[in-house]
Design a protein around this ligand. Structure first.
Ligand SMILES: NC(=O)c1ccc[n+]([C@@H]2O[C@H](COP(=O)([O-])OP(=O)(O)OC[C@H]3O[C@@H](n4cnc5c(N)ncnc54)[C@H](O)[C@@H]3O)[C@@H](O)[C@H]2O)c1
Ligand SMILES: [Zn+2]
Length: 374
């Protein structure tokens, strides 16, 4: 059976993927630096690694550790990354070191050293699109630029037509959409994609790029205050803490349940039709933040102390809905869990977890100090 290395495999997507692959008979190795921002200071993570899965402590920024992890492996699923969009705006070097240089290290080893790699799968993000596709009555399909601070201070949050400044309606964003990331995180993911595409095509080993949308579900970090809106809101609801809803609460995201992401990723690993392709992995539907709060109140049977504050983060996008027709038609992917079902299973898991007060307030304060939260 094939040997699969999952970098960042102790994280949310990695653990779920490792479990499923191991169940299918693959020989799975995880390499992870157990970043404290994601895992907290606890030291028992290794105990959570599914039995039969090999764990190596290691950092993708360190070539020696990578070399050890990559030895004898046939497939690499590269998930290790810094993932906070807001945080990336003021931790630029940390984000580029891990997300870009970490990927470059893997490519260098594949290109220069003897290895058994047959496929390289990477986890890109919807963040490469920045604000996605919209349609203007007069100008057709357009890609709005960043919303202006002046407009947002006036409570005008919807993106407008870059040609006539007129009203727009949202469209699902396809893989061929313009790439214009609005965060450092998005830039690192775009560069990562380009490095992998160009190098792997030159080397002649297949790669697959997945642009995951907002992934959620059991196992997502409840500690990392910089990303994962469902985790942040859930912890705050359960602790009776206030929730600050940015903008007017009508901003929306494409939430995709972890099992669907794992299944899509395995399709990419197993199907040769996926070779050298880029795929959106989403639900194809969008959910507003107000709706997210309503659903969380339902599943936790508790009112959220949520308030629409009109505050906003520079660089945030307004709406997101992935066009998933490519992965549906080429790989046979079909989202199987809708938001209402997914959030029930997420909440059931959260209730079994330690939801001590998070560092969320601190993360907001940091963003305010840097002038990124208005
Ligand atoms: N969760 C989402 O909504 C989402 C959306 C789009 C893309 N992605 C991408 O999917 C991948 C996995 O995301 P996740 O949600 O599982 O995140 P996660 O934070 O739960 O997992 C990331 C893992 O990478 C590890 N890691 C971080 N820096 C590392 C380094 N330098 N060396 C080795 N390991 C390191 C962390 O310890 C963690 O276990 C990431 O590349 C992320 O950018 C996730
Ligand atoms: Zn227009």
């Amino acid at each position: 059976m094939k040997k699969i290395l999952i970098t960042g495999g102790a994280g949310f997507i990695g653990m779920n993927l490792a479990r499923k692959l191991q169940g299918k008979g693959y020989l799975v190795r995880i390499m992870d630096n157990l970043s404290s921002q994601i895992h907290g200071e606890q030291t028992d993570i290794a105990a959570k690694i599914p039995s039969g899965v090999e764990f190596q402590l290691g950092d993708v920024r360190n070539k020696e550790e990578l070399r050890k992890a990559m030895a004898d492996q046939n497939i690499i699923v590269h998930l290790a990354a810094e993932t906070g969009t807001g945080q990336s705006m003021y931790e630029v070097q940390k984000y580029t070191d891990t997300n870009i240089c970490g990927t470059a290290n893997i490519l260098d080893i594949i290109a220069n050293e003897k290895n058994d790699i047959e496929k390289f799968v990477i986890s890109s993000s919807r963040a490469v699109y920045g604000e996605g596709a919209y349609v203007c009555d007069t100008h057709g399909k357009v890609y709005p630029t960043n919303r202006s601070e002046t407009d947002m201070l006036k409570g005008m949050f919807e993106p407008t037509c870059p040609e006539c400044n007129g009203e727009l309606s949202g469209l699902p964003t396809s893989e061929t959409a313009k790439l214009h990331p609005s965060s450092v995180y998005g830039i690192t993911k775009q560069v990562q994609e380009d490095l992998v595409r160009v190098c792997m095509e030159a080397i002649g080993i297949p790669y697959v790029v997945f642009r995951y949308q907002n992934v959620y579900g059991p196992g997502q970090s409840l500690k990392n205050p910089y990303t994962g809106i469902l985790s942040i809101f859930s912890t705050r609801i359960l602790n009776g803490e206030n929730i600050n809803i940015f903008e007017d609460g009508n901003e929306s995201r494409d939430f995709v349940f972890i099992d669907d992401v794992v299944n899509a990723t395995i399709m990419g690993i197993e199907q040769s039709a996926a070779n050298n392709q880029i795929y959106n992995v989403g639900s194809g539907t969008q959910t507003s933040i107000i709706e997210v709060i309503k659903q969380l109140e339902r599943v936790f049977e508790q009112n959220a102390k949520a308030k629409v504050t009109g505050e906003f983060r520079l660089g945030d996008i307004r709406h997101n809905r992935a066009d998933i027709t490519k992965i549906q038609s080429e790989l046979g992917y079909k989202p199987s869990v809708n938001f209402e079902q997914g959030i029930e299973s997420f909440a059931k898991w959260v209730k079994t977890q330690d939801t001590e007060t998070s560092l969320y307030e601190k993360s907001l304060l940091e963003m305010k100090e840097k002038g990124l939260l208005k």
